[in-house]
Write a protein that binds this ligand. Structure first.
Ligand code: SF4
Length: 308
């Protein structure tokens, strides 16, 4: 071990994930992927990557005698996003992704999470769980146990952001989550999805959507401005669009420091549409709660977030 400056490169992580997916999540393909990461982390002297890859590998290859997982499947939030959240790997779970992914070279913010080995391996563990019946049962056990924690038990509802990273990877996966949400009315779940074709297919099958799920349209989808997007925008669970707007550096800085003046907000205006500028911290979003999860007051309001 001799190199401390380089880190595990995104191209390698993307390649191993693609290989796992092509091989339909077989144990052999996951082990081979983890071996590549272990080898690279040894060469680069990246102890955390080495340790976490081993942790996941040990769990995968042990006899299962409990639902204990190597990484906490749901995270409990931070100052920016103080909600329960669920993530899987970006890219391999995003069949609706367009330019945002671009085979791991796009602007997807989830790629930034790959600087942190714990985030990457949590995403991988959760992706593995979502891909088997047994894994999905474990997800539900963890979700129910969380609902029973004293800090959540006293609340009248629990907010869950579904897919901070990743997306609905298949029709089966979408149905699994929608059924799970419907069976747990205490949860208030919201998210952003580009897997719009699955929403359309599920709706066409006559599916009754949960009342406690809110979908935001997300820019960068390959379905943007298509019949599929128009169809999904009419579903009862659809709140409205969440849109990234490219602005000047000055406007972005003013937004980050929350000192927006009319000269800045003009850049974010939406012609002939009701709009709301994302105020950065979901926990303090509005006096009536966070806008993205509110399908009544913010119905059909385009929420804009600046970028440069
Ligand atoms: S609009 Fe509010 S809820 Fe939506 S991302 Fe921004 S701060 Fe979070």
């Amino acid at each position: 071990m001799n190199n401390t400056t380089k880190t595990i490169n995104r191209a390698l992580l993307n390649k191993v994930l693609n290989t796992i997916k092509i091989n339909a999540f077989t144990l052999k393909s996951i082990n081979l992927a983890l071996n590549s990461i272990i080898k690279e982390s040894t060469l680069l002297n990246k102890i955390s990557w080495f340790t976490y890859a081993h942790k996941l590998k040990t769990w995968l290859n042990s006899a299962i005698d409990s639902d204990t997982l190597p990484f906490t499947p749901f995270t409990l939030g931070n100052e920016k996003l103080p909600f329960l959240s669920w993530s899987t790997c970006p890219g391999i779970n995003c069949p609706g992704a367009g330019l945002c992914w671009n085979n791991g070279r796009g602007y997807c913010y989830s790629l930034k999470a790959w600087r942190y080995p714990a985030a990457f391996f949590r995403q991988l563990q959760n992706t593995i769980l979502e891909n088997t019946h047994f894994g999905r049962a474990i997800i539900l056990q963890h979700l129910d146990r969380l609902q029973d924690l004293p800090k959540f038990k006293k609340l009248d509802h629990i907010t869950l952001r579904l897919f901070v990273d990743g997306d609905f990877s298949s029709l089966e996966n979408l149905k699994f989550w929608m059924n799970a949400i419907k069976a747990r009315p205490k949860l208030k779940v919201y998210g952003y999805s580009k897997s719009l074709h699955f929403f359309k297919q599920l709706n066409e099958s006559g599916y009754v959507w949960p009342e406690n799920y809110v979908l935001n349209g997300s820019s960068g989808s390959k379905f943007e401005n298509t019949e599929t997007a128009l169809y999904v925008s009419k579903l009862p669970i659809y709140r409205g669009e969440f849109k990234t707007m490219y602005v000047t550096k000055e406007t972005l800085t003013a937004w980050k420091t929350q000192e927006l003046k009319p000269i800045h907000t003009n850049e974010l205006k939406q012609q002939n549409k009701k709009y709301f500028i994302c105020p950065t911290k979901c926990g303090d979003c509005t006096k009536i709660g966070h806008a993205c999860g509110n399908n009544e007051v913010f119905k059909n309001v385009t929420i804009v977030i600046p970028a440069h």
